[in-house]
Design a protein. Structure first.
Length: 320
């Protein structure tokens, strides 16, 4: 197991390096994308353009620009925004807890509900409970998150606000350290909106996996030996059925932590998604670069955790 984890750590470091190079090349070498144009204003003097390029190191060759940016991101940690002049890393550090709290709460909801719904549907294949749950799941998958968030805002902040949803505060974000109850009240609707579509996906994946595993010979053998159905499900069916579930969870968690743009924009949450959205609107390349690398880090880290979870769920994977 330690050698397995060590190999995954090496691949994680290599992957992050490749991603950082690719992101830099994409954002800094594509023709037509020049932050100096936005910074210098309309009809700038050549001296102004040259001064801006020199200030931000944009007059250097691309390899030197890349090394300089990595130095400012990882070593000196003093990379500044092109548009505001503020340091980027403190902005990302301030936005990350918002996104983590949004994603974390939604994950707890969708994992809990999906496990229950997928298990009930898989065990009751073809019965009314299975059909009802799968219909609800398909509706959840088909509902656009932006539309659902807009409708949730309209309902909770509209005419029903004072009668039914008076407990829901206006959109925004309060730190759980300052007011835990208000934090929960503000986040519960975004949590539900973000979790809704994933509940449909995960419950269907778990159902299909349970149905497939139940047809395996070793499961039939366990039943033939007289093991009770709950014990068969717990020891023989659920463990391997969770492998695709865990795989999806790792990928989705990593990508969502990288920035839940739609939900954060709809509910006015100052997270990484909102920060990336504002940076893209203003072509603020340092902020885009840091948020993309940050998101890539969580995706790669989640993949590594998934690989380790695979090895725990199925020891045969450790030898690969």
């Amino acid at each position: 197991m330690p050698s397995f984890i060590a190999r995954r750590l090496l691949w994680t470091a290599l992957t992050l390096f490749v991603i950082s190079v690719m992101v830099f090349v994409i954002f800094f070498s594509i023709p037509g994308i020049d932050p100096v144009v936005a910074l210098a204003g309309r009809n700038p003097a050549p001296a102004t353009v040259a001064a801006i390029r020199s200030t931000f190191g944009l007059n250097l060759p691309l390899p030197e620009q890349y090394l300089l940016m990595m130095k400012h991101i990882f070593l000196t940690r003093d990379l500044v925004s092109y548009t505001t002049g503020l340091r980027v890393l403190p902005q990302v550090t301030a936005a990350a807890p918002v996104t983590l709290s949004l994603v974390g709460g939604a994950v707890v909801i969708w994992v809990t509900v999906s496990l229950m719904a997928g298990l009930v549907a898989g065990v009751n294949r073809g019965r009314p409970a299975d059909r009802i749950l799968m219909i609800v799941g398909m509706v959840a998958i088909s509902t656009p998150v932006f539309w659902l968030g807009s409708m949730a805002n309209l309902i909770t902040q509209g005419g029903l606000h004072h009668t039914v949803f008076g407990w829901v505060p206006p959109p925004g974000y309060v730190s759980p350290a300052s007011d835990p109850l208000l934090w929960v009240r503000q986040m519960v609707i975004p949590w539900l909106v973000l979790a809704f579509g994933f509940i449909g996906i995960y419950s269907r994946v778990l159902r299909a996996s349970i149905i497939e595993i139940q047809e395996e010979d070793y499961v039939r053998t366990a039943r033939a030996k007289g093991l009770t159905e709950p014990r068969v499900l717990a020891r023989h069916v659920m463990r391997l059925s969770l492998i695709p579930f865990v795989s999806l969870l790792g990928l989705d968690f990593g990508s969502l932590v990288g920035g839940v743009v739609l939900v954060e924009v709809v509910f006015g949450l100052p997270g990484l998604g909102m920060l990336a959205f504002q940076a893209a609107s203003g072509l603020d390349l340092p902020v885009i670069m840091v948020t993309v690398i940050y998101g890539a880090f969580f995706i790669v880290l989640s993949n590594m955790v998934v690989d380790i979870a695979y090895a725990w769920l199925d020891p045969r994977i450790r030898r690969k």
